[in-house]
Design a protein around this ligand. Structure first.
Ligand code: GLN
Length: 548
């Protein structure tokens, strides 16, 4: 079968969940045995989201090959278990960068370089790049932004051309919003009609409509929308609010979204049924979990929960597999002090010390870490969280009161965390960190090795600073073990304090590789320790109050 190209566009408003719909469809097609990939085209000018403030765009996700990507790629991986790469995320900035580079190299032979055909050709080349490798039956392309934005026009024009060129091998799913007007007690279809009109104005007739809604959309209304929008009535699907994003693939399958797509794209029959049993097991656990595990996340971007998206999802997946509900309490690291730490962290079954950049909020992380260590609460430091773990230990246990990372104090006499050699000469900010997956060897008797069930792992990185090797012996003598290191560079990857309930820091980001069907072993182990700690306290003191 030819590679099929599915385009997902969005209208009316942003944040309708195009990423979730794309991921859900990919999940269903994969569960039917097809080879699927998803890519995201972002209309902004940044070369990649690496330099974007998390407040603007949520977390920066990192692929195994070291690309700083849109957080939707995280959904793609969590829903499909298929690893993405640099090729799965393209921005307008990257498109223009390569067109301008070609222009400078004389590739265009003196022609005037224009949006059509040069930018659109470059977009089309990227759309087809993954498909041309012959590794995929379906390539799902999500077009970022909302139809009607100036920025998305070149992408829509490329989709229009591709649909023309590819015929039945291309299909467009348009996601819109059907608002419920409480005063009129009515769902309104007008925004959808307008949004489809806008799409038609640029020459694209959607094949399938997915309607985001808070209330059930009846058959009559779907028929009306179908009629107004030139879409067959069976291809109007609703995406009603569900308790968890992980229920969306099932909701889409119940309305036959996968079958509609396959039928419209002439996918050879017989199709059979998607193999969703493991996914359903996850949903069942989610539904039946009664007990709650409470985790505190200490970080500075707590106002915007998307800033820690992958950590949230990893914790949720792990808690679900341990048959628990997750209660995640965001603790603002800038507001955490010796005076309020007791009150703020009391009742937590486990604490995550979040990744991050810059000095803002690190003092709160030190306060939290000291409290966690002294109260022996399961604690997981990730990237900057691990670095803070090392610094706090140096200050309080090794007695190096001025210990620091040179990211915060360049002149510290005790640079227990320091810039990597190869980072010292770099002045550019984007894409220059240690990025992507690196191997890590673990000591067999470590907590980490036990959690993974193996001693060689590969995990993704995104950082500039490192544990300073010169201090290793002193840390080990004082009880903090370096249990994981890179086999080539011997850079320290994992630290632990044995004898504690669970006290571990990883220089890498395990959260990027936790998926619904393969929850990450470290998060499973951490959540188990948190549950055990809660049970211990319940045995001693009766039920705990965690109504924060
Ligand atoms: N700021 C730290 C570094 O660059 C940690 C980065 C992170 O937490 N992702 O090394």
């Amino acid at each position: 079968m030819n590679t099929k190209y599915i385009f997902v566009t969005g209208g009316v408003v942003s944040s309708l969940g195009k990423g979730i719909i794309s991921s859900s469809l990919a999940c269903l097609l994969k569960a039917r045995g097809y080879r699927v990939t998803i890519q995201k085209f972002d209309p902004y000018i940044n070369i990649d989201p690496g330099t974007l403030n998390p407040y603007e765009h949520g977390e920066c996700y990192v692929t195994v090959d070291g690309h700083e990507a849109d957080l939707d790629l995280g959904h793609y991986e969590r829903f499909t278990d298929i690893q993405t790469t640099r090729a799965n995320n393209v921005t307008t900035g990257r498109i223009y960068q390569s067109v301008i580079k070609k222009e400078r190299e004389g590739v265009y032979l003196g022609k005037t370089v224009q949006i059509i055909p040069h930018i659109t050709d470059e977009i089309k080349r990227h759309v087809k790049a993954l498909g041309l490798k012959g590794n995929f039956d379906f390539v799902i392309t999500e077009i970022g932004g909302t139809v009607g934005d100036i920025e998305s026009l070149p992408y829509l024009e490329s989709v229009r051309q591709l649909r023309w060129e590819l015929g039945p091998d291309a299909l467009c799913i348009h996601l819109t919003y059907v608002p419920y007007i409480a005063a009129a007690k009515e769902l309104k279809t007008k925004p959808t009609q307008h949004s489809v009109k806008q799409l038609q104005e640029v020459g694209i007739q959607p094949d399938v409509l997915v309607l985001r809604t808070e209330k059930h959309i009846g058959t009559d209304m779907r028929r009306k929308i179908a009629l107004f929008c030139n879409v067959s009535p069976d291809a109007v699907v609703q995406s009603i609010d569900v308790p968890s994003i992980y229920a969306v693939p099932v909701a889409m399958h119940e309305q036959h979204l996968d079958e509609i797509v396959m039928k419209k794209m002439n996918v050879p029959t017989p199709w059979g049924e998607p193999h969703m049993a493991p996914w359903m097991d996850f949903l069942k656990r989610m539904e039946h979990a009664k007990e709650t595990v409470t985790i505190g996340l200490v970080g500075k971007y707590v106002e915007l929960q998307d800033a820690y998206k992958s950590i949230n999802e990893s914790l949720f997946q792990a808690a679900t597999y341990k048959d628990h509900r997750l209660k995640l309490v965001y603790i603002h690291s800038e507001k955490l002090t010796d005076a309020n730490v007791d009150e703020r962290l009391h009742g937590m079954d486990g604490i995550i010390i979040a990744p991050g950049f810059g000095h803002r909020g690190v003092d709160g992380k030190f306060v939290a870490l000291k409290w966690c260590r002294e109260h022996d609460v399961p604690t997981f430091g990730i990237c900057l969280g691990m670095q803070c773990m090392v610094i706090e230990y140096a200050r309080d246990v090794l007695g190096l009161h001025d210990a620091n990372t040179t990211e915060i104090d360049e002149r510290t006499a005790n640079n227990v965390i320091d810039l990597m050699e190869e980072q010292k000469s770099i002045t550019e900010k984007g894409g220059t960190m240690r990025l992507g997956a690196y191997e890590c060897k673990l000591l067999p008797d470590s907590l980490a090795a036990k959690a993974y069930g193996k001693t060689t792992v590969s995990e993704r990185h995104r950082h500039r600073f490192e544990f300073n090797e010169n201090y290793r012996e002193r840390f080990e003598a004082a009880g903090m073990r370096c249990v994981g290191e890179n086999p080539v560079t011997h850079l320290v990857e994992v630290v632990e304090v044995p004898g504690k309930r669970w006290f571990m820091g990883t220089q890498y980001h395990p959260e990027y590789s936790s998926t619904v069907l393969h929850p990450h072993p470290l998060f499973l182990s951490f959540i188990s320790a948190a549950i055990a700690y809660r049970d211990e306290r319940v045995m001693q003191n009766g039920p705990q109050k965690t109504d924060k």
